[in-house]
Design a protein around this ligand. Structure first.
Ligand code: TZP
Ligand code: MG
Length: 223
């Protein structure tokens, strides 16, 4: 049987603003490369990157810990905001700037411990439900994706496109990171939506000249 579902509308007084969430980081993050080794930090930070994420998926134990420790040391040397993906305990242990968590990580991570230790929190989202859930944690930013199709991560989500991103920008007055399939051709359009930051993996790590690509992206997005 078909049921008429109410259309949910957002009234002006439930606008989600930065001011409603004083815990959120007011800093505009700018270009936000996502890399899988500390070595990438050595390479990209001298080029002017000031926000970066270490997303290691293939190391365990001492190797993993070492990679995180090294990355934190390099980031501190360049006063760069380093978010550690997934490994929030190690991020706390080594004093990273922040932690980036996916929705599945939220089930097990101790978000209070992260925030109490003074680390920032970033959360991945892909739909209304996840955005609503993420906001309850009062993160420093919300990552919204995929903006475009990406080969980097298998996901069941239909890309938002620029229209979707413009929508999120309009309804979320909250630090917003765009991610997914963003490259040279697309970065200007993405930046024009007014997002606070543009995250990229392959457009930087698989560029013929990652340093030159990074510098070009920095000119467009800032840091
Ligand atoms: N989350 C949403 S899209 C994505 C992640 C981790 C992958 C982004 O990689 P790329 O290579 O910039 O499309
Ligand atoms: Mg994760």
């Amino acid at each position: 049987q078909e049921v008429d579902l109410p259309i949910l509308t957002r009234s002006a007084d439930v606008n989600l603003t930065r001011e409603s969430f004083p815990e959120c980081n007011q800093t505009r993050l700018g270009l936000y490369p996502v890399v899988d080794s500390a070595e990438w930090l050595e390479f990209l930070l001298p080029a002017g990157v000031s926000t970066i994420q270490l997303r290691v998926k293939d190391l365990r134990g001492a190797d993993l810990e070492n990679e995180i420790k090294q990355a934190v040391e390099i980031a501190q040397q360049y006063e760069c905001r380093l978010f550690i993906n997934d490994y929030w305990k190690l991020a706390i242990k080594y004093g990273a700037y922040g932690v980036h968590l996916g929705q599945e990580d939220l089930d097990s991570a101790d978000v209070d411990a992260i925030l109490k230790a003074g680390l920032r929190l970033g959360i991945s989202t892909h739909c209304h439900f996840e955005v609503a859930r993420a906001i309850q944690y009062k993160p420093s930013y919300i990552a919204c994706g995929p903006v475009y199709h990406t080969n980097t991560k298998q996901m069941p989500w239909i890309p938002h496109g620029l229209d979707g991103l413009t929508y999120w920008r309009k309804v979320l007055n909250y630090p917003l990171v765009a991610i997914g399939g963003i490259n040279h051709e697309r970065i200007e359009g993405v930046t024009k939506t007014g997002v606070d930051s543009v995250a990229m993996i392959t457009a930087i790590t698989e560029a013929d000249d990652p340093e030159a690509a990074t510098k070009t992206f920095l000119e467009i997005v800032g840091n």
